[in-house]
Design a protein around this ligand. Sequence first.
Ligand code: AR6
Length: 175
Amino acid sequence: MQTMITLIKGDITKMKVDAVVNAANSSLLGGGGVDGAIHRAGGPAILEECRQIRAKQGGCDTGEAVITTGGQLPAKYVIHTVGPVWNNGNKGEPELLAKCYHNSLQLAVEHGAKTIAFPNISTGVYRFPKPNAAEIAIKAVQQFLANDNNITEVYFVCFDDENYELYKEKLAVLP
Ligand code: AR6
């Protein structure tokens, strides 16, 4: 089945999808940016589940993902992934960012989630250059979707104008 890729400008906490992805940190204990917004809107149940995951596996490594319920969000699940901190690109940041997208989609599939929304992972506090991050995100999603899966809709939710314009350009030229 053909999966739709849709670009949205706005707040990911409002998305009525099976799973929203959170740009978390390895502690899984929350933070600022989209992480703060998701925990604020989703309520304390999400943090409690994150604490339980942390107690079991000691947090989440960069490039990996874990899943909780969506708490009070319209989304059923939150997939927390940890993007790389940009460090001039010579610490494997591009590969780690691609892994975030791949592993989040994989976890969605494992939980029967068919619609998923991504923020622009690592492009805030973690300073990943936005043009580069957009290209990696789109390519990683396309590569995942090229293989058999049940995902029907992928949303890229851009909060800032710069990311929105970049995604608009890059998605417009897809085959
Ligand atoms: N909806 C969608 N996107 C958003 C929202 C929102 N409500 N709020 C911000 N963004 P960042 P990172 C965009 O800094 O760079 C946290 O403290 C924002 O415009 O949230 O991966 C974590 O706990 C930007 O493009 O995540 C980590 O410590 C994008 O989300 C650290 O920041 C990512 O920016 C992770 O840094």
